[in-house]
Design a protein around this ligand. Structure first.
Ligand code: NAD
Length: 222
């Protein structure tokens, strides 16, 4: 099932997208799905779907497509979502507070169990089901609670310190919202989230579509 070959970030994103589609199909009591249908729902080609899934195993049944429940279970395992994950947030500002109080993460297997800040006036206040704690407690808390996932929502200037504390506390994966390049030891994974990049992708897509439309109108394309 698992493969020693490196799996690209874009493949992992597509696996997450297949999983969402399969959950939806299962909720509609759909039992099997073809690669063509999965591709249509995910905005991909069926060859891409078959390639992605065959990388991890032999899931399809010839002529019938994929069993929705079996494939959902397999992708859940592959993505490591067959266990709950405990996470902490560093930075109880606008973003950190919004993430901590977002009620859907637990349904997706991610439980934000702690939120930390340096601002003394915030300590003890509640965000979602968490009480804001001092960042001075972060390292010991992460180690004690066996936290493996940390989310950084501090200003850029504090992000490396936050990452160092998380790593010292045993965290193995960091979702970094701060616009800072983090230095972490081998074995720790950082995922940078930058909504501006997503917006730029959107801007490119709209611009490119307009350019194609204009070229078609001008008769420059077939
Ligand atoms: P904010 O100012 O509302 O909150 C930042 C919080 O971090 C404050 O509560 C502050 O006291 C706390 N903080 C400062 N130093 C700290 C430290 N050493 N340890 C712990 N906490 C500390 O900011 P915001 O709007 O919530 O944004 C947070 C971060 O997310 C910023 O770096 C911002 O640039 C980034 N951001 C990224 C995206 C994105 O798409 N990636 C979107 C919005 C914001």
């Amino acid at each position: 099932m698992s493969s020693p070959r490196k799996v690209s970030e874009s493949t992992v994103r597509r696996l997450s997208s297949y999983l969402r589609i399969l959950k939806e199909l299962q909720s509609e009591s759909t039992r099997t799905v073809s690669s063509e249908r999965l591709a249509e729902l995910g905005g991909l080609t069926s060859a891409q779907v078959r390639k992605d899934l065959s990388f991890f195993g032999n899931f399809g049944v010839r002529g019938r497509g994929y069993d929705v429940v079996d494939l959902r279970n397999a992708l859940t395992r592959i993505l490591g979502l067959d266990r709950p994950w405990k996470a902490v947030v560093v930075g109880a500002g606008r973003l950190g507070s919004a993430l901590t109080s977002y009620p859907e993460f637990p349904n997706q297997g991610f439980h934000i169990v702690g939120i930390f800040d340096v601002d003394r006036s915030k300590l003890g206040k509640r965000v979602g089901s968490c009480e804001i704690r001092s960042v001075e407690e972060l390292r010991a808390y992460a180690a004690r609670e066996s936290i493996l996932v940390g989310i950084i929502a501090t200003p850029k200037s504090a992000a490396q310190d936050a990452a160092d504390l998380l790593v010292a506390g045993g965290v193995r994966g960091i979702l970094n919202f701060a616009p800072a390049a983090l230095d972490v030891p081998p074995g720790v994974t950082v995922r940078n989230v930058n909504l501006a990049i997503e917006l730029e992708g959107l801007s490119f897509a709209i611009t490119a579509a307009n350019n194609v439309g204009a070229a078609l109108e001008a008769g420059e394309l077939d």
